[in-house]
Design a binder for this molecule. Structure first.
Ligand SMILES: [Mg+2]
Length: 252
């Protein structure tokens, strides 16, 4: 992103009267860490977010695939709204609400498949969230991890159709969840309830693409992908530091 675009975003933000800011967490506000529990929000970003939260006429959400209790640990010192588990859980005004109806029968079929791959790929592990199952390979040997992830996706294909699930093929992670969830759907729901004249949406992973794609139809949306790769986002920032710098300008 060039400085002209940055200035334009800042100007549009300041002159808007009903703003929506959607920020992914891992890889966008904090570095991806080998141990997910270590991904604490740096004090500097924490201060910027706090200022934005108190900015009138601004609705700000952290939008993440993390489990809702998990993300709460990092953010409970800030009165911020959160969309967790790819939209399955939403926290507004301090209250968590479930957005999805699901009996989770599918987990009984999917867990053995994940176990089968985990046994073959050292240092990989399974995380069970309320609404999804996730297989992480960030600590595994990179080549074996990637190859195993392809094998896993292949094994899952049949079950995905049978149970109406979807696979998120993310950064060193494969996540299985019901088709009703996703950041794109979560964002669409917000739009059915409100009208915004400025939208800022920032994320770094494939799970954020649904959100960027949804915003293609909104001319007042600024979508930003952090890092390299093909994207539906209109703009790119190189790293977390640049995200912090942009948000800092908006918060002042
Ligand atoms: Mg991310």
């Amino acid at each position: 992103m060039d400085s002209k675009t940055e200035a334009e975003i800042n100007e549009k933000f300041k002159s808007a009267t009903n703003r929506l800011v959607l920020l992914d967490y891992d890889g966008t506000l904090v570095k991806h860490t080998a141990i997910p529990d270590m991904a604490k929000l740096p004090a500097e970003i924490s201060d910027i977010i706090r200022k934005l939260v108190h900015n009138p006429q601004t609705e700000i959400f952290i939008i993440t695939g993390r489990g809702h209790e998990d993300i709460d640990k990092f953010l409970n010192h800030i009165p911020i709204n959160i969309i967790a588990e790819h939209g399955a859980m939403v926290k507004e005004d301090g209250v968590w609400r479930n957005q999805i109806i699901d009996n989770f029968e599918w987990k009984k079929t999917i867990i053995p498949i994940l176990n089968q791959i985990t046994v073959k790929c050292a240092e990989s592990f399974i995380e069970e969230k309320y609404f999804s199952l996730t297989w992480h390979y960030r600590n595994a040997d990179p080549d074996l991890g990637y190859a195993s992830s392809r094998e896993l996706i292949h094994l899952l294909e049949k079950e995905i159709q049978a149970f109406n699930l979807k696979i998120l093929d993310g950064n060193k992670v494969v996540e299985i969840l019901t088709n009703e969830t996703g950041k794109g759907r979560a964002v669409k729901k917000l739009f059915e309830q409100n009208q915004y004249d400025f939208i800022l949406s920032i994320g770094d992973d494939v799970t954020d693409e649904e959100m960027f794609e949804y915003f293609l139809q909104h001319s007042n949306a600024f979508t930003i992908k952090v890092g390299e790769g093909l994207t539906f986002a209109r703009y790119k920032l190189n790293n977390i530091k640049e995200v912090a710098s942009l948000l800092k300008q908006l918060s002042e």
